[in-house]
Design a protein around this ligand. Structure first.
Ligand SMILES: [Zn+2]
Ligand SMILES: [Zn+2]
Length: 842
């Protein structure tokens, strides 16, 4: 018999060539019989029984091409591919495309350092990703491949921008923006970490006033919140989105600065405490702060304070324990409920991101206002009665609890505060001084970036016509070539004079192009739509193609995208649906978030020197080992620690499977059908039962993404194959091994396809997913209930074929039965076979 050696470097390219040459994973947009509705009814179990065709869209978050793929990519695409294969073999036509989130800062920073055009370094990186995805054997429909930096793609990103602009959902305003002094660009709030540092480079973020483009995502806050109930996403991701939206109910109340004639609305969740407001505080970022202080003698102090405050982190500023600082603005506002003039301050404990960037301060009932009042010797007034709370002063202030109103106004005093809250809000409403209001922590999405390597914003500025959208037929507005990528507080595009100077599409006069580019999160907010119709040159998509596939049935990616990408994509979907471009509300029906792969207990990073490169593993062990190991190492939704020994164990398992399959095939063992259980010997029956157990187990585990236990089940089956190889019929062994290969195919496609073909002469991916035979799943043992004098005292495992005497013996030997018999005489033994034994003692 020939020596069989498992050689992934021979096996893997051979099967990859088959899939590439035959375009195995490409799917067309031609409609199938419509069974999607039925499939949707069974979430997670998409796939038709009885060979009926259906469509399923399985999608991993598109990679950001920088350098080479890392271990996180290997995990994401191993998870996604397992799901895609499982669904295909259960009868679905699966769309499983690939693209690249190709714009962004790293390529641009690289360009600044080396002078290499971002397009070139990005293209190089994309080539490396593409090559590796091929070498991993991921089942991708390459006919739909796209990159967001291609004009054929960003042309439609620009079109969407204009659609939003026309709908009033894209607008321009001056705003205090977060500015990274190192990257010389504006950052979204989400790109600033809890310590006030740039998410990308770690520099302390500053604040700057600039004219910026925004998307009106706040218009969608309520729907983004409510529709979370409609989607099958991990609860912790939904919670992160809910917290980010941050809905709170209360009232908007207007305080007027009479001297300047300006109204300052504030949002408060506690309008019942309005009579206790004794001062008014504005955030240092509030655009009116400098203007208010002007001419009061406080200008200098205010300017100094604001500059200092802006360098503090939001976390520090929000800390209730921190000593309170601030500066008077030298102005007062009128408290609308009692006409009192209360002094205005600027203080860093008020954040611009919350509410209106100004607050009414109620020191009697708010801890931070109280601390500020003490520090600045401002009056503290109690307006709600209640028992003193821990940490309060001698009068029990600040008091955060409920109680009756006092020191307010005769018609409100004495009312329970919750009731008074409603009464005060109605009064404000009638007087035109306020109204009930809902506040969201969610801010509008700032999309302007003063960078080169992004989608140009398709707007021109004309002195006569103002802001003019570029006509759709002139799209794309292509990125010009430039010499210098270095940002100098303005977009590098501003230096491309020949490009910037243009004519106004409306009046034909001279005009200037917008020189900011779009946040790259705009590019990734709609790419999943484009895959459905990636080569369409006349439109972003054909609605029929979208209907064929969307929404995405299963989305896969990292939990780090819980609030950014996943919120923006939901917003785009809803906005485009409102504009009549889509007919669904949620882009991703189900979401799976995979955990991180760590090494030596830490996230892999170059600086820690603990990086495991997928390319190196594939080179050493083959792609099947790499993919299978990364899914075997632990539940895929959790973090897992990389271990070389663990990987070698998986490699030995694949090697054993392939060798045993090759040997068995050579001996003439065919695995194409299940042997009949009726005329099998004991070992054959054992192996046959084990095979069907594995089919049942792997199918169930795949439905709930428990890939690790699914692979473990195939390992168990292989152990039985090895153990029983010489004592079972060749056909039983062949069937067991072919089934093992079939079940392993979603995780280790090359070795599985090879082993399966040897045993059956068939292509495993063309076979339906195996069904377990119910009759063979019946367990060969059951739980025997052991009673003493009719009371259950123990339970033990009994074999299905055990006779009465054996059952009595089992019962008498059960530890807790012995304890309860306690040496007494057994006068009667009642046996109910398959169920229980009752010992009567005296
Ligand atoms: Zn930065
Ligand atoms: Zn004009």
């Amino acid at each position: 018999m020939a020596e069989h050696r498992y050689d992934p470097h021979e096996i893997e390219p051979r099967w990859q060539a088959v899939w590439a040459n035959e375009r195995t994973w490409e799917v067309s947009n031609e409609p199938l019989e419509d069974t999607r509705a039925e499939l949707r009814a069974a979430p997670g179990a998409s796939g038709a029984q009885g060979g009926r065709a259906s469509d399923s869209y399985v999608l991993e978050m598109l990679p950001y091409p920088s350098g080479e793929p890392h271990i996180g990519h290997l995990k994401t695409y191993s998870v996604g591919d397992a799901i895609a294969h499982f669904r295909r073999r259960r009868g679905a036509r699966v769309l499983h495309p690939m693209g690249y989130d190709a714009f962004g800062l790293p390529a641009e920073n690289h360009a600044i350092k080396t002078g290499v055009h971002p397009r070139d370094s990005t293209a190089e990186s994309i080539a490396s990703f593409r090559r590796q995805f091929h070498s991993w054997g991921i089942s991708i429909d390459w006919s739909r491949e796209l990159a967001t930096d291609e004009p054929s793609y960003y042309r439609w990103t620009q079109w969407i921008f204009l659609e939003l602009f026309r709908a009033g959902l894209a607008y321009r305003k001056e705003a205090a923006v977060k500015w990274c002094p190192n990257d010389q660009t504006v950052l979204a709030n989400e790109q600033v970490d809890a310590e006030g540092r740039c998410e990308r480079c770690g520099a302390l973020v500053e604040v700057k006033q600039l004219e910026q483009w925004f998307f009106r995502i706040t218009d969608y806050a309520e729907r983004l919140l409510g529709d979370l109930d409609e989607i099958d996403w991990p609860e912790h991701v939904k919670t992160m989105q809910r917290n980010w939206i941050g809905r709170s109910e209360g009232a908007e109340v207007t305080f007027r600065c009479e001297e300047l004639g300006v109204d300052y609305p504030v949002f408060t969740t506690r309008p019942d405490t309005l009579f206790g407001a004794t001062f008014f505080v504005m955030a240092p970022e509030h655009p009116d702060v400098a203007r208010l202080a002007l001419g009061t003698g406080h200008e200098h102090a205010v300017r100094e304070y604001v500059n200092r405050a802006l360098n503090e982190t939001n976390e520090e500023r929000g800390n209730a324990e921190k000593p309170k600082t601030g500066v008077p603005l030298g102005r007062t506002v009128t408290n609308p409920v009692n006409g009192e003039q209360i002094p205005m301050y600027v203080a860093d404990y008020v954040l611009m991101e919350y509410g209106t960037g100004a607050i009414m301060a109620v020191p009697g009932h708010d801890e931070r206002d109280y601390a500020f009042a003490r520090a600045f010797e401002l009056p503290v007034r109690r307006v709600i009665e209640g028992a003193p709370e821990d940490g309060g002063d001698e009068q029990g202030l600040p008091y955060a609890g409920d109680g009756a109103l006092v020191n307010s106004r005769p018609d409100f005093d004495g009312l329970p505060n919750r009731e008074a809250l409603r009464a005060i809000v109605s009064w404000l409403d009638r007087e035109g001084k306020g109204h009930a209001s809902v506040n969201y922590r969610l801010r509008d999405w700032l999309v302007s970036r003063q960078r080169y390597w992004g989608t140009p914003i398709p707007i021109v500025y004309c002195e006569r016509c103002g802001i003019v959208p570029v006509p759709v037929e002139q799209l794309p507005v292509e990125l010009p070539e430039i010499e210098d990528y270095t940002p100098m507080g303005r977009s590098p595009l501003a230096g491309a004079e020949g490009w910037v100077n243009t004519s106004c599409p409306q009046c034909g006069g001279s005009a200037r192009r917008e020189t900011d580019t779009m946040d790259t999160f705009v590019d990734s907010s709609w790419y999943f739509l484009r895959y459905c119709d990636a080569r369409n040159e006349r439109a972003a998509w054909d609605p029929a193609a979208l209907r064929q596939w969307l929404p995405v049935d299963q989305y896969i990616g990292g939990v780090e995208h819980a609030i950014l990408h996943l919120m923006y994509a939901r917003f785009f979907t809803k906005a485009l649906a409102d504009l009549g471009q889509l007919d669904f509300q949620e882009p991703f029906q189900a979401l799976f978030t995979q955990g991180m792969v760590t090494k030596d207990g830490a996230k892999m990073s170059k600086s820690k020197g603990n990086v495991v490169s997928p390319a190196a593993i594939v080179e050493r062990m083959g792609a099947d080992t790499a993919r299978c190991y990364i899914l075997f190492v632990g539940p895929p939704d959790q973090d897992a620690e990389w271990s070389d020994e663990g990987m070698e164990g998986v490699h030995r398992f694949l090697s054993r499977l392939w060798r045993l399959a090759a040997e068995t095939a050579e001996r003439g063992g065919a695995g194409d059908h299940s042997p009949s259980a009726a005329d099998l010997g004991e070992d054959d029956l054992t192996l046959l039962r084990k095979t069907h157990w594995a089919i049942d187990k792997v199918s169930g585990d795949l439905r709930r993404f428990a890939f690790n236990t699914a692979i473990a089940a195939v390992m168990e089956l292989l152990n039985d194959c090895s153990r029983l190889r010489d004592s079972v019929e060749l056909q039983t062994l062949g069937f067991a091994l072919a089934s093992a290969a079939s079940l392993l195919f979603p995780f280790a496609p090359h070795v599985s396809a090879d082993a399966y073909e040897r045993l059956t002469s068939e292509r495993v991916w063309e076979q339906p997913w195996p069904d377990a035979e119910e009759s063979l799943l019946e367990s060969d043992s059951y739980e025997l209930v052991c009673q003493v004098n009719g009371k259950v005292r123990d339970r033990v495992q009994a074999s299905a074929g055990a006779g009465s005497e054996e059952l009595k013996d089992l019962c008498r030997a059960a530890p807790n039965v012995i304890a309860h018999v306690d040496g007494r005489e057994i006068v009667k033994e009642i046996v109910v076979p398959g169920k229980l034994v009752n010992l009567v003692v005296r």
